[in-house]
Ligand binder design. Sequence first.
Ligand SMILES: NC(=O)c1ccc[n+]([C@@H]2O[C@H](COP(=O)([O-])OP(=O)(O)OC[C@H]3O[C@@H](n4cnc5c(N)ncnc54)[C@H](OP(=O)(O)O)[C@@H]3O)[C@@H](O)[C@H]2O)c1
Length: 312
Amino acid sequence: MNEVRWDANQIPELRGKVALVTGANSGLGWHIALQLATHGAHVIMACRDNTKAIQAANAIRSSVPDARISQVPLDLSSLASVRACAKRVINDQSRLDLLINNAGVMFLPYERTDDGFDIHMASNHLGHFLLTGLLLERLERTDGARVVTTSSGFARFGRLPTDNLHGNERTSSFHAYSNSKLANLAFSCELARRLEKGGSRVISLAAHPGYAATNLQFGAANKMRSPIKAGVRRLAMRVSNAVLAQHARMGALSALYAATASRAANGEYIGPDGWMEQRGYPTRARIPEKASDGRRAAEFWALSERSADVRY
Ligand SMILES: NC(=O)c1ccc[n+]([C@@H]2O[C@H](COP(=O)([O-])OP(=O)(O)OC[C@H]3O[C@@H](n4cnc5c(N)ncnc54)[C@H](OP(=O)(O)O)[C@@H]3O)[C@@H](O)[C@H]2O)c1
């Protein structure tokens, strides 16, 4: 697919287009927002912390002075917050060209959200599932609209829940994260099938960044009670990020390719082309069978609909 390596210089002119990026204040989301704004899109930064969102927007403006950026509050772990975010976007925007389902948490201790869902499944999958369903009408109205959902190589270690999305304390944080990333990928594939079947002009793709140095790796340490264990964990992650990870700017390319490349097609999964899909330039990534299995994905879709009280 990529005889010529694809990078951010190949993003087309996006003036007049509107893009919503979840978790745009940090890591990959920030680099995605930066590039979309650099190429002229109006970027809506959907973030849970308004102060961080304003700082992140200012950091983009410092290198792109004419950037069109706005913020909308969004806590993906709260269904009410997702509904409020979608309502505001629908009120404010007559079009939506790109929905980038990027935000995520990793390896946190077991916690149930106020809505009763496992924190990984709620923040990484269910919030995005509801947001996409509520914004679909705006996407449908917009010629060439795309939904890009961020998964991870950890998806291959995951299992899709069958009965509920509550999770439980006996599930390790590793598996809770992996399950949520498999959910992202299965959702993206199933959305692609449904859009195509319904004759929609909207397309759905998934992307993963390989291993990129961001704040994601420090979320678990921030939740640790013991300052010593937290310090050791942070040090280990700093070393690992410095030695093994690619820059977040590179990690963001997969989602940017999925969002803007003319060759990218409905149902594709995009990841880096290097060793074990850990680093490099965007190419088509391998979709594990457990994500592409249409019957399982449809059952999981129905469970997500019941959990978020939305149908689409
Ligand atoms: N970095 C990697 O190597 C890697 C590998 C595979 C997949 N990914 C995926 O890439 C995506 C982006 O992660 P990242 O690496 O850029 O990490 P990051 O720097 O920690 O950024 C994550 C973003 O998600 C936001 N977020 C977390 N929970 C949220 C919630 N409940 N509501 C709204 N926003 C929330 C964070 O907000 P706060 O700043 O307020 O916490 C932050 O803006 C995630 O989906 C992750 O699973 C990353």
